[in-house]
Write a protein that binds this ligand. Sequence first.
Ligand code: NAP
Length: 280
Amino acid sequence: MEARRYAVLGYPLGHTMSPFIHEKLFAVHGVSAVYEKRELPPQALSEELPALRSLSGFNLTIPHKSAILPLLDQMDGKAALYGAVNTVKCGECLTGYNTDCVGFLRALEEASIPLAGKILLCGAGGAAHMMAFEAALAGGTLTIAARPSGIPRAEQLAQAIRQKLPEAAICVCTYDSLEGDFDLLLNATPAGMYPHPDAMPVEEKTVRRCKAVFDAIYNPRETMLLRTARQNGAQCGYGMPMLVWQAAAAQEIWNGCSFTAAQVSPVIEQANWEMERVFQ
Ligand code: NAP
């Protein structure tokens, strides 16, 4: 049987972990597939569409997650809610999905971190957008923190959530005006990511006021934020399980298969090793 063809589209793509992770996941179910990376500048997305239709499916990352929306035939509910698509299934029509949220919720669950109570979200970009909607859907009391320059973007995000979920309890503030304790801190900024492992999005005194911390960063595995939280006895979760589970969820959509934790856990470990091999 001819191998099915998939791709990840982004710009720039650099050293994306997606081909490595998808190849390991295809092997779990014995799917014969080729997964390639296609570096595609923003203006080239619509021109590439006929070629993309010949694939079985594809993933999208920055800057294409919202730009793909008008090119799709249909979308699932979560993708429509966030206005962001990271997975497309091809066929007679192009259908968009968002599996980042599946990865995020699954990673929290595996780290035994409840998405509840007073939630502090650092950042207002793509990952933060999805996390903010999920926190609001879960009924959390959400504070979106940003640098002064990022406050307008954070306000826009808060407004987008209030429009779709009018009951949401949500406020916006700068990092230096944060007050009180939090049940959960979510980091959706690159602060602390390779090659700047000593950075944190918030001050240490804020981390010490959080019962649980989830960092979307997967390189390094333990960021300064997570190290500080762990030393303070907080429940901690990191980004690689989110990345691998969003890929597993994409394959479930493409191939109608289903993954168990026992099948995905070794892939998370292999992805950690691969990342360390490449970057350290
Ligand atoms: P993005 O759209 O560029 O958004 C980044 C956000 O972080 C913006 O709000 C930006 O604020 C803020 N920010 C940037 N540098 C900062 C700093 N030094 N201190 C405080 N805030 C800062 O990026 P993204 O796609 O959401 O990704 C954010 C992080 O999540 C990255 O580390 C990425 O690797 C990770 N991520 C992980 C997964 C996963 O599956 N594990 C998936 C997606 C993303 P301004 O507007 O002020 O610049």
